[in-house]
Design a protein around this ligand. Structure first.
Ligand code: SF4
Length: 360
């Protein structure tokens, strides 16, 4: 009896252990399944977007606001003031502005891009669309064939909408409009069409930063991620190297404040991808031409300290840069390190800093 009792006791302990293990295993499995269900798919960019951050243009599409904003921007082209040149070309009647764009949309290429910031690229790439022409026209432009020599093809707005859907289907995590300013009216109209057909990806406005705040206000609620350059802190430099754009610093500062008001600080989601926010780029130029110190200190004084700032070291002389001896070289390690030091001393905490392998 005693033996039976001991055996029964041991056997019940064993059963309890098995039960415990199996219940622990099943709750572990349930937890795993739950986490898997919540984890957004990196392979299919659009698949889980709605769970994380639904792009706000979808609502504007549903209530007809997107169509109205497209019309509003279109009308600006009658005497064009889409960019700070405000050159007044009647693009609707076929005139070309300072940027060399008429109302005919021109696109150079579109594809998943893996060279952008990590949080935009993920595994599926950033769905970049490169627009032909540009209103800033820098002498050192790396994409000068596209921005200044007209490389690209005439396209319909429907084509642009189709490109976005194609990029989404390919698994890109966002639609990245490169040099969009002079075609903002076309873009908004195309987004309206693409949203109707199932576009769900966040929209990235990848710009030179020289944007009229009045035009940005029309894009409020449409753009999810602003990706502007802040190229110069000194208007004289902008005048010299960017076709007389001496208003660059003040206008860009006002634009950055407006962008920040709309989308706030950029913070990646749990899956490491960016869905919303302001991401600023500064390209350090040789000989202090870009005024890195002024740019960085302005950001630190006027925007939250955790504002995303990519300090870029990859300047290489291109296009007409060789006509200017002071910018016809790469930057030195010392020039780059000084910019980074300035940013740290200014208290900026969300820095994207490139390694020395980018230099020389
Ligand atoms: S977008 Fe082009 S046409 Fe319009 S104001 Fe700027 S330079 Fe002129």
């Amino acid at each position: 009896m005693e033996k039976r009792t001991r055996r029964a006791f041991i056997s019940s302990l064993f059963s309890l252990a098995i039960c415990g293990m199996s219940s622990a295993l099943s709750s572990l499995y349930a937890g795993f399944r739950e986490r898997r269900a919540l984890k957004p798919s990196l392979e299919k960019g659009a698949a889980k977007i709605d769970q994380i951050s639904k792009p706000s243009y979808l609502e504007l599409h549903k209530n007809g606001e997107l169509r109205k904003r497209g019309e509003e921007l279109w009308n600006v082209m009658k005497s064009c003031r889409l960019c700070p040149r405000e050159c007044g070309a009647n693009r609707i009647e076929g005139e070309e502005g300072f940027c060399q764009a008429s109302s005919q949309l021109e696109i150079s290429s579109y594809h998943p891009h893996f060279g952008e910031e990590k949080s935009l690229v993920g595994k599926g790439g950033s769905g970049t669309i490169f627009f032909t022409n540009c209103g800033l026209r820098c002498v050192f432009c790396i994409n000068w064939e596209i921005s200044q020599e007209g490389q690209g093809e005439p396209r319909k707005i429907e084509d642009l909408a189709r490109m976005m859907l194609e990029l989404q289907k390919k698994g890109c995590h966002n639609i990245n409009f490169v040099t969009p300013t002079h075609y903002s009216a076309h873009i908004v109209r195309a987004v309206d069409m693409a949203a109707q057909k199932g576009l769900r990806l966040p929209l990235v406005y990848n710009t030179c930063g020289w944007e009229r705040p009045e035009i940005l206000k029309i894009l409020d609620g449409i753009v999810d991620i602003y990706l502007p350059d802040f190229k110069y802190s000194d208007g004289k430099m902008a005048q010299k190297y960017s076709s007389g754009a001496d208003t660059y610093p003040e206008i860009t500062q006002a634009a950055l404040l407006e962008m920040h008001r709309q989308v706030g600080v950029a913070k990646p989601a749990g899956d490491g991808l960016m869905y919303r926010g302001l991401m600023i780029r500064h390209l350090v130029m040789p000989g202090g031409v870009s005024g890195a110190k002024g740019v960085i200190e302005w950001i630190a004084r006027n925007l939250p300290k955790h504002t995303y700032l990519n300090i870029m070291s990859q300047y290489i002389p291109m296009y007409k840069a060789f006509q200017y001896p002071e910018i016809s070289r790469k930057i030195t390690r010392k020039e780059y390190d000084e910019a980074v030091k300035t940013a740290k001393e200014a208290g900026l905490t969300n820095l994207d800093i490139q390694g020395p392998w980018f230099l020389f």
